[in-house]
Write a protein that binds this ligand. Structure first.
Ligand SMILES: O=C(O)CC1=CCC(=O)O1
Length: 399
């Protein structure tokens, strides 16, 4: 539906998850459709009513929702119309790039609506306005094809450019309406929220792709440094569409950001901790591991499974004070020190999901050689090397 009874227009959207769950609105990047979020939606929808929207003229949204000279406020109003139409007063919001700018604008101008904010590969100012004006003019004159041809190099690292998910998103760009795409470029040209960032009151997560040439990590640091209390996660091996190229670390960061909102609230009870703990455990250890552990549980062991879900995962891993990546560093060190080798292998895989690169895992283990002893680190290196090879993450120089 694009025109509610009161005449306010809304973008095309899709909803996943239980109607009674807290609402999470997901915004897309320029040129993409709501399928941008496909890698994360199944996990996010376990605990949220996830509402994804399409930019005007992208995916299935009508092109005439905005026109030439649009600004980010025009896009943000479409999101508010959508929330109003669905009866949603307050929501968590996560958006990639221009979708993140819409969320940041909403957090500044409608703090009562935005319960939490996650800004992925985005910026408070997307470079020089003139570059966006030139892109808008080119697309108005020649359509989206020339921009689409140059896009894989901005969106993905070379290793990912031929992946089916990458090609599908570039196809979205080719199919986008040129006038609506150009109007979004107009909005990016006019966008500069740098002076307003200190006004954001929502708990905020900023995510950057370390190899993103469009919104480089310096843009993410500017957001995180100026939004009060914001945390920053940098994802290794990811370019502009980091949530597609490295779905696991971005999901882990999002769950780490969203889950504490309801897990560590003062009135948190066992049921809440169990739900939150299961979500975090799945994100960090993987569905396959958690499903295996659940299938193996019996009348004798299930009380222990429940205990670690509620306590280790629902009470500690859900806490907001440290990033998931930092928690992985601590955990790898402790498991090395105590010689818990099976758990160490499990947590090397978890560290990758939490966004640590093989090089960072190597640094952690080198440090354990000093504080835990060389024999402990020696075994830890052998275990991590095996796990990284199995995960296809072995280092170039060791091939
Ligand atoms: O398409 C690009 O160049 C990258 C980008 C900037 C804003 C957005 O949404 O995507």
């Amino acid at each position: 539906m694009t025109t509610p009874a009161d005449g306010r227009r809304t973008p095309h959207h899709r909803i996943d998850g239980a109607t009674s769950a807290p609402v999470l609105i997901l915004g897309p990047s320029l040129g993409t459709s709501l399928r941008l979020w496909d890698p994360q939606v199944p996990a996010l929808a376990r605990n949220h009513r996830v509402i994804r929207w399409d930019l005007p003229g992208h995916g299935d949204s009508p092109a005439d929702l905005i026109g030439a000279g649009a600004d980010i406020a025009d896009l943000a109003r479409l999101v508010l119309n959508l929330a109003d139409d669905l009866g949603v007063e307050r929501f968590a919001y996560a958006g990639v790039s221009i979708g993140g700018a819409v969320g940041t604008w909403l957090a500044v101008h409608h703090p009562d609506r935005v319960a939490s904010l996650a800004v992925v590969c985005s910026s408070a100012r997307f470079g020089e306005p003139e570059a966006w004006r030139e892109r808008a003019a080119r697309v108005r004159a020649e359509g989206t094809a020339p921009v689409a041809d140059a896009t894989p190099a901005r969106w993905f690292t070379p290793a990912f450019r031929d992946a089916p998910a990458a090609k599908a998103l570039v196809d979205d760009l080719r199919a986008a309406d040129p006038e609506a795409y150009a109007a979004c470029c107009d909005a990016l040209a006019a966008y500069d929220l740098r002076a307003d960032l200190p006004r954001v009151t929502a708990p905020t997560l900023v995510v950057a792709g370390r190899e993103d040439p469009a919104t480089p990590p310096a843009h993410a640091r500017e957001l995180a440094d100026n939004i009060p209390g914001a945390s920053l996660t940098e994802v290794a091996g990811a370019s502009h569409l980091a949530n597609v190229e490295r779905p696991g670390p971005v999901l882990a960061a999002l769950l780490g950001h969203l889950t504490p909102l309801y897990a560590s609230a003062g009135d948190s009870d066992d049921a809440t901790r169990r739900t939150a703990g299961t979500a975090v455990r799945r994100a960090v250890l993987g569905d396959a591991h958690v499903d295996r552990a659940a299938a193996r549980a019996n009348a004798f062991t299930e009380v222990f499974q429940d205990f670690i879900t509620r306590y280790a995962w629902g009470e500690i891993w859900t806490r907001p004070g440290l990033s998931r990546a930092t928690r992985s560093c601590v955990t790898l060190t402790a498991l090395t020190a105590r010689g818990h080798h099976e758990e160490l292998a499990l947590h090397v895989r978890a560290a990758l999901r939490n966004g640590l690169s093989p090089q960072e895992i190597r640094e952690v283990l080198l440090q354990t050689a000093v504080y835990c002893g060389v024999p402990a680190a020696n075994t830890a290196f052998a275990i991590a090397d095996r796990v990284l090879r199995e995960a296809g993450e072995e280092e170039e120089e060791s091939r």
